[in-house]
Design a protein around this ligand. Structure first.
Ligand SMILES: Cc1ncc(C[n+]2csc(CCOP(=O)(O)OP(=O)(O)O)c2C)c(N)n1
Length: 536
């Protein structure tokens, strides 16, 4: 599972007839199942469609949209809400609190107690009224019975059910099958149930690399370098210490994006809005208007959900919001649903946005400092996993916007790399230099604005340009370079772009995928040699 050629870690229709819908991004099940129910009705089939959704995923806009739509349609839809009170970390929001009240029965018990006490305390007529209090209770039922909210939205509410008693659960599901119209079954479970280490620390065990079952220990990585995520989290704490405007926004990914230490240090300056990337971005726009400097940390793949909010609410208003785009590029084992291979393309077309990608963990710190000083919408995208292992500068400096850096000189070929492809490009460039080729290696640093001066000069001196990026080629960094050359009429320059073609990238290790797509040192070397051998 999750290995090259093996099965995916997520449900996938072409792997099993029991996988009804491909998933990976949270909160899609109600929409898909509502559609199945509608289609079956239209086709005259009498089947039921079942959506299973976690309480964390119920915080997504899509889930609310799905409830709103399907509650009013009277179709054969069953929603099973798996409520463990946890997203990856503890769940947030009013819906979560509501579910919690249902589960504990707090509100019902408290309300009944208060009502009886109040009625009995009315002098003279209290006892009499108390006798009819059951009727009164009935009249206010909609406010206090479990699941009243769902009932009001058009669902028959069943629950809360104990999710770890299978016999009881099956009996209840048999009955649920007999109900007509939309039904919501509320099942209570415990995250990590049955494996002590996961019960005690469920956020860590939500998604794990291979680990020793006896000790619960994951196999330690061979690299001692900090991860990009760690550097982001640490740098943000340092920057926030001297800039009280800085606040952090996460969409239910506090640990994943490295903000857990920030939350400990500045709990009132961190907003976890739930699995609601769209809310996170527009919320950040609002914070920015109020004079704060929001840093929205979201994985590249999940930020896709908030494209319109980035465009309409941030870029259009030219608001200084910082997007920390984590897990950008090839992510590896999580596979096609989670690869961060589109952000260059979906962000590069937005006016007012400055876009950076560091070559290593040290440069990430400088770029975050630069983003804070930038004064416009800005994104910094960095990959999943460990850094390169370079020394970290004590002092962070503000980089000049739109300026790249030349790492090696040469006039036979110019390799312009961006982000994590820079170090393998440099290694390949050094090997070629040792073989006598004059290869110029440029770290682009900025996807937008491009360092036009540097790129045009490199094109003029070498006539051969190779761009490298961990992004789809369509609309990516190499495309930006091509557009620049076309705009300047330098169409005779030979250009080769390395990146991801027009395909989805499946699961395998990051190293395997980089090799497969020719984005590691060897692949770059191979492609560069081919270019060097070609005559212009
Ligand atoms: C759009 C989106 N944002 C973030 C994530 C990352 N993520 C994966 S699972 C998860 C928590 C899901 O919680 P819940 O739905 O309650 O399911 P549970 O794991 O508790 O069963 C999150 C935030 C995602 N998959 N999709």
């Amino acid at each position: 599972m999750r290995r090259r050629g093996g099965i995916s870690g997520f449900p996938k229709r072409d792997e099993s007839v029991y996988d009804a819908f491909n998933v990976g991004h949270s909160g899609t099940s109600i929409a898909a199942a509502a559609a199945f129910a509608e289609a079956q009705c239209l086709k005259g089939e009498h089947k039921k469609a079942i959506a299973v959704i976690g309480d964390g995923s119920m915080t997504t806009g899509m889930a609310f949209e799905g409830l709103n739509w399907s509650g009013d349609r009277d179709k054969e839809l069953i929603i099973i809400l798996n409520d463990n009170e946890m997203s990856i970390s503890p769940n947030v929001g009013a819906m979560s609190s509501y579910l919690n009240r249902i589960m504990t029965g707090d509100r019902v018990t408290k309300f009944k107690g208060e009502l009886k006490h109040f009625l009995r305390s009315i002098p003279g007529i209290g006892e009499q009224i108390f006798k009819i209090s059951r009727q009164i209770e009935e009249s206010v039922k909609t406010f206090v019975v479990p699941g009243a909210l769902f009932e009001e939205l058009g669902f028959t509410y069943v629950g809360p059910l104990e999710g770890h008693r299978l016999d009881y659960l099956i009996k209840n599901f048999e009955n649920v099958k007999k109900l007509e119209g939309p039904v919501l079954v509320h099942v209570i479970t415990q995250k990590g149930r049955g494996y002590k280490f996961a019960e005690d620390n469920s956020p860590t065990y939500h998604g794990v690399a291979p680990f020793d079952v006896e000790t619960g220990q994951t196999i330690p990585s061979v690299s001692m370098a900090p991860s990009y995520t760690e550097i982001f989290g640490k740098t943000l704490i340092d920057l926030a210490a001297s800039d009280s405007r800085i606040v952090a926004v996460t969409a239910a990914m506090c640990e994943g994006t490295g903000l857990d230490e920030f939350r400990k240090k500045y709990p009132e300056r961190l907003y976890d809005v739930g699995i609601a990337e769209q809310l996170a971005v527009t919320f950040a726009a609002g914070l920015s208007i109020e004079g704060l400097l929001p840093v929205v940390a979201i994985y590249s793949t999940f930020l896709q959900r908030a494209y319109d909010q980035i465009l309409h609410d941030v870029c259009l208003q030219k608001l200084p919001v910082i997007f920390a785009v984590d897990r950008a590029g090839i992510v590896g084992e999580d596979g096609a649903t989670h690869q961060g291979l589109f952000d260059f393309s979906y962000l590069r077309n937005l006016p007012n946005l400055v876009m950076m990608a560091p070559k290593d963990e040290n440069e990430l710190g400088h770029m975050l400092k630069t983003a804070v000083a930038c004064g416009s919408p800005v994104s910094v995208r960095y990959p999943r996993g460990k850094g390169v292992g370079v020394p970290l500068d004590e002092e962070l400096s503000v980089l000049p916007i739109g300026r790249g850096e030349v790492l090696q000189e040469g006039t036979d070929l110019a390799i312009i790399a961006v982000g994590c492809t820079v170090h393998p490009a440099l290694a390949a460039g050094r090997k070629l230099a040792a073989e006598g080729f004059g290869v110029k290696v440029i770290n682009a640093r900025f996807i937008k604005p491009l360092d036009a001066e540097l790129i045009l000069a490199a094109a003029a001196s070498t006539h051969k340009i190779m761009t490298i990026e961990e992004n789809v080629l369509a609309g990516g960094f190499g495309s930006a370079v091509l557009e620049l050359l076309a705009r300047e009429g330098m169409t005779s320059v030979m250009v080769r772009r390395l990146g991801i073609g027009d395909e989805f990238v499946e699961h395998a290790t990051q190293a395997e995928l980089r090799s497969l797509h020719g984005l590691d040192e060897e692949g770059i070397l191979r492609a560069a040699k081919e270019m060097l051998e070609q005559s212009c």
